[in-house]
Design a protein around this ligand. Structure first.
Ligand SMILES: NC(=O)C1=CN([C@@H]2O[C@H](COP(=O)(O)OP(=O)(O)OC[C@H]3O[C@@H](n4cnc5c(N)ncnc54)[C@H](O)[C@@H]3O)[C@@H](O)[C@H]2O)C=CC1
Ligand SMILES: O=C([O-])CC(=O)C(=O)O
Length: 309
């Protein structure tokens, strides 16, 4: 039997995630939204691309959670995106209400599922989903680090004029201005980029990465990025469905790792069929640890506001 993935929110990120999943023939997809007609229309449109793409996946659009029953993975993208001049934190109250509404309905239909949270502000929304779901931390994971690292990798590959396949990078911390691009653990063909790019230039690439979301919002004006974010969420879905044991930076509920407790923050994680299978602890310098702590503090502030700290 094929795997089943539900995507909550049939907007830009959700519909594009459905597209990537179908294009990779990873699973049958259920696309659900509060707006009537939009998930149905997008799902049917995508389904009709399958003969052309030679992929056998069913794609169902719906407003009824009964259709999501027994999902292996649920990706939550429901929520408003930001517009120019806004920070992700400005979405907190609206998206917290949406998250609280959605998670209970998801869990009622798929009590054994693994939830991937995408809605912003990401780390606080992951924490809200974790508390609302009552699942173990292994089954509620936030997507941000894969996207932020992909942005960093894009800029590094461009700078060094090499294939993106040659570049690895890690971005830790919360998905906001305080995220922590870890140049020391980023490489080109195994060579630390700190040996290849001058410190001042590296700083510029780190800053561009941290502002990567805002750069796209500024261009789009009506919303935020969705091609790379949806591809990032689907990389996590694939790692879980295929039990790949893949190390990816994800927002995970820390219980003492990196000296942080009771909070979702981006760290290197091993993803497999059980969801979050391990948190990888890497040695940080005092400066990196302080930056991570600062980032965690800003996540905690948001969690306190919505009562999930
Ligand atoms: N974690 C990350 O790295 C990223 C997070 N995001 C976030 O993802 C979210 C979605 O972004 P887009 O898809 O661009 O927005 P969008 O506006 O295109 O789509 C959001 C969809 O959610 C739906 N929705 C609202 N309330 C709902 C509910 N109660 N149940 C089901 N569906 C509901 C809306 O009808 C809409 O179709 C935003 O909060 C955005 O900030 C976006 C990019 C990257
Ligand atoms: O910038 C935003 O609001 C959307 C997002 O999280 C990203 O693209 O990194």
């Amino acid at each position: 039997m094929r795997k089943k993935v539900t995507i909550v929110g049939a907007g830009n990120v959700g519909a594009t995630a459905a597209h990537w999943i179908a294009a990779k023939e990873l699973a049958d997809v259920v696309l659900i939204d509060v707006v009537e007609g939009v998930p149905q229309g997008k799902a049917l449109d995508l389904l009709q691309a399958m003969p052309i793409e030679k992929r056998d996946c069913t794609i169902l659009g719906t407003n009824d959670y009964a259709d999501t029953a027994g999902s292996d993975v649920v990706v939550i993208t429901a929520g408003i995106p930001r517009k120019p001049g806004m920070s992700r934190d400005d979405l907190l109250m609206t998206n917290f209400k949406i998250m609280s509404d959605v998670v209970g309905k998801v869990v009622a239909q798929s009590p054994d599922t693994i939830i991937i949270v995408v809605s912003n502000p990401l780390d606080a929304m992951a924490q809200a989903a974790f508390k609302a779901a009552g699942f173990p931390r292994e089954r509620v994971i936030g997507m941000a680090g894969v996207l932020d690292s992909a942005r960093f990798r894009t800029f590094i590959a461009e700078e060094l004029q090499v294939s993106v396949e040659n570049v690895t990078a890690f971005v830790l911390g919360g998905h906001g201005d305080t995220m922590v691009p870890l140049s020391r653990y980023s490489t080109m063909a195994g060579i630390p980029i700190t040996e290849l790019i001058a410190p001042e230039r590296l700083k510029e690439l780190e800053t561009r990465t941290a502002n990567g979301g805002a750069e796209i919002v500024k261009h789009l004006k009506t919303g935020s990025a969705y091609y790379a974010p949806s591809a990032a969420a689907v990389e996590m879905v694939e790692a879980i469905l295929k039990d790949k044991k893949k190390i990816l930076p994800c927002a995970a509920y820390l219980q003492g790792e990196y000296g942080i407790s009771g909070l979702y923050v981006g760290v290197p994680c091993k993803l497999g069929s059980k969801g979050l299978e391990k948190i990888i602890e890497i040695k940080l310098t005092a400066e990196e640890q302080a930056a991570l702590q600062k980032s965690a503090d800003s996540v905690k502030e948001l969690c306190t506001v919505i009562g999930v700290a």
